[in-house]
Ligand binder design. Structure first.
Ligand code: CP3
Length: 343
């Protein structure tokens, strides 16, 4: 790939400091866009939408047509893996995900090989998007990280994660076995995504807050590292972004130990934390508050400038600390992207 068309996102992930950072937003495809809401009406239930390559590719591309973003993220969900492993998953309108009873670990383990095949349509979505996306814009594939996915599998819904943490303490052996199943199925799924055109792979650890240091080591650092090792062993060398959201004081340890190319930072990350990670040789991504984007006051531009001044002295990817809120006005997204890109 010549440097001229090498996507800005890939240059930052290779450790380059750029004159302006690449920009994309978590949940850039979704309910903040009127065209998404129209497509959603036609698509039926949310999971059928995710498994329909034509519609999922369209949802992935909608924000790319509207905004000068540097990367697309495939339209899918972290809860496709538990469904592919045989646990019932559905979305309750206005409430979010629901899952049936947790199958036995043996039953889940039996489904690991078959699970990748059940997710083949996501590969087709990636191929369709890659065929339409300009070469200078990168395509990101993703999966939920094992602990975050396990919290939904254990609690049956997006709850306070206390039930899952309690279960983890009461059933340590089962938790380890569950995480092993998720490590294996997730690694296979990510390999499939890379082979289908994903140029970057992202692990969403959305719920890594409140974990004691030894637990964080065992259920976050360990599984993330094993997934990346398995993906590398399959001959896939695309860069990884890891987002240990809420990990606070343990983010430094995550950055030092997990072989990701970039660490996703959340809203509470200090400038100093980001700079230390860059000094340690990794790129960082983040960390505009999604509620400041929603508010859209003049503080929005001021904060964007401050983030860029502090972090664009090293490899930096501009993003939010968490996904775009569904009620965010399109005009606020335009303003933020314009402030970063000048376009
Ligand atoms: O644009 C993108 O970021 C790509 C697509 C994407 C979705 N979900 C689509 C989606 C991605 C990367 C995800 C990740 C995801 N899914 C996470 C990790 C990131 C995070 O937000 O912490 C989690 C925890 C989930 C599980 C999930 N999916 C929840 C809790 C919900 C309900 C909450 C909500 O916003 O409704 C979903 C549904 C979901 N996933 C929607 C979208 C666009 C909304 C569904 C709809 O249109 O009705």
């Amino acid at each position: 790939m010549s440097d001229q068309v090498k996507p800005r996102l890939l240059r930052a992930l290779a450790g380059e400091t750029l004159e302006r950072p690449p920009v994309w937003f978590m949940r850039q495809a979704g309910r903040s866009l009127p065209e998404y809401r129209a497509l959603r009406e036609k698509a039926g239930d949310f999971l059928s939408f995710c498994y329909n390559p034509e519609m999922a590719a369209e949802a992935t591309l909608q924000p790319m047509r509207r905004f000068p973003l540097d990367a697309a993220i495939v339209f899918a969900d972290i809860l496709l893996i538990p469904q592919a492993l045989g646990q019932e998953v559905w979305f309750e309108a206005g409430e979010g995900p629901r899952l049936g009873a947790l199958p036995s670990i043996e039953a889940l383990a039996d489904q690991v090989e078959a699970s990748t095949g059940r997710l083949a349509s996501i590969g087709e979505t990636l191929q369709r998007v890659r065929a339409e996306l300009e070469p200078e814009r990168a395509l990101i594939g993703f999966a939920g990280a094992p602990w975050t996915v396990a919290t939904y599998m254990i609690e049956g819904r997006g709850n306070k994660r206390e039930e899952a943490r309690l279960w983890a303490y009461k059933h340590p052996d089962q938790l380890d076995a569950l995480l092993d199943v998720l490590v294996e199925s997730t690694a296979r799924y990510l390999v499939m995504q890379a082979k289908s055109g994903a140029q970057v792979l992202k692990l969403f650890e959305s719920w890594s807050e409140s974990l004691a240091e030894d637990v964080f080591e065992r259920i976050v650092i360990g599984p993330h590292t094993r997934i990346i090792e398995k993906v590398r062993a399959a001959g896939v060398d695309v860069p990884f972004i890891g987002l240990p959201r809420g990990a606070g004081a343990q983010v430094s340890n995550y950055a030092a130990r997990v072989p990701v190319q970039a660490v996703g930072l959340d809203t509470q990350a200090t400038f100093k934390l980001g700079q230390e990670i860059q000094a340690g040789g990794k790129a960082i991504q983040g960390a505009l508050d999604n509620l400041l984007l929603l508010a859209g006051t003049p503080a929005l531009e001021a904060r964007i400038d401050a983030l860029i001044e502090a972090w664009n002295q090293g490899p930096y990817i501009f993003n939010l600390g968490h996904g775009v809120m569904p009620s965010t006005p399109v005009e606020h997204l335009e303003r933020a992207i314009r402030r970063v890109t000048g376009k």
